[in-house]
Design a protein around this ligand. Sequence first.
Ligand SMILES: Cc1ncc(COP(=O)(O)O)c(C=O)c1O
Length: 464
Amino acid sequence: MPANPLAPSWLPLPDDANDLAREVWSHNAHRDDSGQLEIAGVAASAIVEQFGTPVFVLDEADARGRAAAIKASFDREFAAVGSSAKVYYAGKAFLSIQVARWMLDAGLNIDVCSGGELAVALAAGADPARLGLHGNNKSLAEIDRSVAVGIGAIVIDSLIEIERVADAASRHGRVQPVRLRINSGVHAHTHEFLATAREDQKFGIPLAEAAAAVAQIRSHASLSFLGLHSHIGSQIFESDGFAEAASRLFALHAELLEGGPVPELNLGGGFGIAYVAGETPLPVDEIAARFARIVASGAAKLGIPVPVVAIEPGRAIIGPSTATLYTVGTIKDVLVDGTATRKYVSIDGGMSDNVRPALYGADYTVRIANRASSAEPALIRLAGKHCESGDIVVHADYLPGDVTPGDIVAVPATGAYCWSLASNYNYLGRPPVVAVRDGVARVIVRGETEADLLSRDAGLEATP
Ligand SMILES: Cc1ncc(COP(=O)(O)O)c(C=O)c1O
């Protein structure tokens, strides 16, 4: 059977459209003897029977395992160069009380970037000293609460924030540890990075203005300077962009040491994951080894001590842990340009539970979950149910051509930036998140019901 000419060049005709590419699925996902998808010992059909669709299914051991593996790799590699590493889990990728506890149990710290994320981490029982606060426009209330609870670090993003944090710290009688986010001019994505004199974006302070900003921080008795921070982008597969950013920051880091201590250097997150078969992000031990080499050689060149390095991965920890299950509703064969057919398979969710394809053209893959099939593969597009033609979850993949209404389909690698970016567009309730482990499924975030949606509408109480 020839490949469909509408298929993108990166998508080969599969030998088996039931195959679960190892790099894309969570560690405990496989097909059982009947051909059905099973995650951590729980069959897809059992999850759907209990929780309905759409549903996010989170492989708990996978997420905990990735968190522990990143920490172990960075601990090992930085010990080998005479220093240590601090790993923050970037809560923006997906945060719930359970997930926060798993991350803390694995020895990670947690990064939050709003009062809401802070509230979740605190509700999880996090020691505030293990939290960091980010954001280019933190409200005064967010700064105040963070300082009041004793947050471990605030990442200062603009000059005006230095005074705001210093004020809050003096009011609370605290000395607040702060980092300074630098706009390094390096932006990386997948295999490439772009280096400019100054990046045209909203985050951070330009390198050229950073020394003065640190002097301003150091002039406040209520602030203590932890070090510089840089985050160069997301879904990064190579280490060159990190090396470039680190070398830009290092010169400044060394210069700042002349005016006082600079114990840490934060190189941000952004480690990539596989979304479709054949993608090959760097394994975490390789990332850690390269980071340690980059930092150790940078320090040696400048004759300074190797700093403690902080990192903030989100996607690489939680992204691969989760798959979203949907039910197929309608199917249309659409003849394109009179030559080839694309099968539009429509599901009961879409851009309200996964906006990444619509937002930045992200690619995903999909498999039938409730059965395996020997039907010839057909090129499909997995479409959502929303009133937008751009409401697509999977732009292109092959599914067995007998895919039919009522089938359950699973989209893997939806753990990061899917639930956290979810909306109520078209008044769909946000789906539940169900953790699976050792054959047991339990809700860790309840799905929204129609009653939840109506409960926020003040119209019922208003006089007509
Ligand atoms: C400052 C900062 N740190 C860490 C992250 C986490 O990135 P990722 O989930 O790609 O690792 C982000 C993501 O946007 C970020 O903005």
